[in-house]
Design a protein around this ligand. Sequence first.
Ligand code: SAH
Ligand code: SF4
Length: 347
Amino acid sequence: MNTLDITNFSLPQLTELLVSLGLPKYRAIQIFAWLYRPHISSFSQMTDLPKELRNTLADEIVFEWPQIAAVERSKDGTAKYGFKLKDDRFIEAVLIPEETRSTLCVSSQVGCAMGCEFCLTGSLGFKRNLTPGEIVGQVVKVRDWILDMDESIPGLNNLVFMGMGEPLANFDNLLVALDILTEQRGLDFSERRITVSTCGLVHKIIELGEKTKVNLAVSLHSVNDAVRSQLMPINRTYPVAKLLEACRKFPMPKRKRIMFEYVLIKDINDSVADAEMLAEKLKGIPCKINLLPFNESKEVVFRKPSDEQIELFQKTLWNAGYTVLVRSSRGADISAACGQLAGKKSL
Ligand code: SAH
Ligand code: SF4
């Protein structure tokens, strides 16, 4: 039976597999490179492989990407893709086109086990981890979709793991996916253009830094343990001090910075005193801060602060010398903004 899906294999893993099937190494490189060319869906398209070999491969292995089941376009150009997985579950990815580049926000799990109070994905609970092929497949399929569009949308060159799920809770599959994404004969992304966001799985943060050179984003949202534990249950296991200690130890070349994400929620974490405490606690960590005004939804009781309050919060951090951006959330009209991904069947 064809069960081995080679979309889950890094180049070294595919080489090992094909050598075990009696093929020379160079065939693995050739086949791997084919997999990541645009619009490849069958071995018969791999025209420089002998026909007999193509048939043999088709008998032994498969490659199947998740399928785009629905696309929704926002007024601001953002596009949200609903992917149908082999087991009929759904995940979402969001394309954010800018003038000269596009960013894709990808999912790493179906649902999420972390249960953050303010997040719709969290309210779904955890269904399962995505395989490496399901992670990479979001990129492959959206790249092909962009190529098919008549209008000119800049090609993908930024990836952020900020969709559904907690990437560091799916660590092994994340590493294989990153390997494929950054492999020159694969999708050839620069590690500098990939950001992995975590709610603070401290035991995996340093390992990520040791094993890859991707950028780290940390969803902080408060430096007060009582508040953060209320918002994010993970804080009861890894409190703020432990999290910031891991950030201080995160191996980083000069000029690279950790991105701290901070969802601003009215009357919960948005006071000037909160901003001052944040500035104090982050001292000495090379970082930039992204403020995300809370995206409201009818399912969650929290509210977004006023524009004045957001500005005041930002100014306080500025005055303390931080690089701080208010990230206007795009795609809110199609529920594609941060924290709104819920993998609904009918998009
Ligand atoms: N699980 C990882 C990756 C998901 S990133 C993480 O939590 O970091 C999704 C980002 O959107 C996180 O920073 C999350 O805190 C934020 N977010 C979740 N719900 C939100 C909401 N309603 N409004 C704004 N941001 C939200
Ligand atoms: Fe999971 Fe991140 Fe949402 Fe928390 S914010 S529930 S970690 S996806």
